[in-house]
Design a protein around this ligand. Structure first.
Ligand code: ZN
Length: 160
């Protein structure tokens, strides 16, 4: 089991989360490595928690199915819990966003593609279309008249 862990410096907002609904699923984007032959797939791959794919040669299904081109083994992964919201914390605390059940593969790098959302801590103003791909984000909360921001975005993939 792997966890995708986020730490970030939130200012004026809390409950940061990916926009993730069955109608508009969030695609988690990773670099993937085969645990049999250690090959790292050169391209980014992405999957969401709602779509399931059959695993060839087995009766199971998973959110992500991958055949390693080097060793020809088929591996899979599924999001088992999450996405969890990231709460405001003044200590840059690392918080788990999703947990992934991996079979024969590991994720080695994460890229924050897609939209995130959050709300103002005191105002409850909703912010959507938050782009974390540059590692920071800035906006303005009209209810409080304050700037809001996300800085020091840092992703880690940890063994649960
Ligand atoms: Zn392989």
């Amino acid at each position: 089991m792997l966890s995708l862990v986020l730490s970030a410096e939130l200012s004026g907002i809390t409950e940061l989360r990916p926009k993730d609904t069955p109608e508009e699923p969030y695609f988690f984007t990773f670099k993937v490595q085969c645990t049999s032959c250690r090959e790292i797939h050169p391209n980014w791959i992405s999957f969401n928690r709602f779509e399931k794919h059959e695993i060839s040669g087995s009766r199971g299904e998973a959110n992500f199915v991958w055949k390693c081109r080097l060793c020809q083994r088929t591996h899979s992964a599924s999001i088992s819990t999450g996405p969890h919201v990231y709460y405001y914390d003044d200590g840059l605390k690392a918080q788990r966003i999703i947990e992934i059940d991996c079979r024969g593969l590991e994720f080695v790098e994460f890229k924050a593609d897609g939209d995130w959302e959050a709300k103002g801590i005191e105002s409850s103003t909703r912010f959507s279309n938050i782009d974390l791909s540059e590692g920071e984000w800035f906006d303005y909360d009209e209810k409080t008249g304050e700037e809001v921001s996300i800085k020091e975005v840092n992703w880690a993939i940890k063994r649960a």
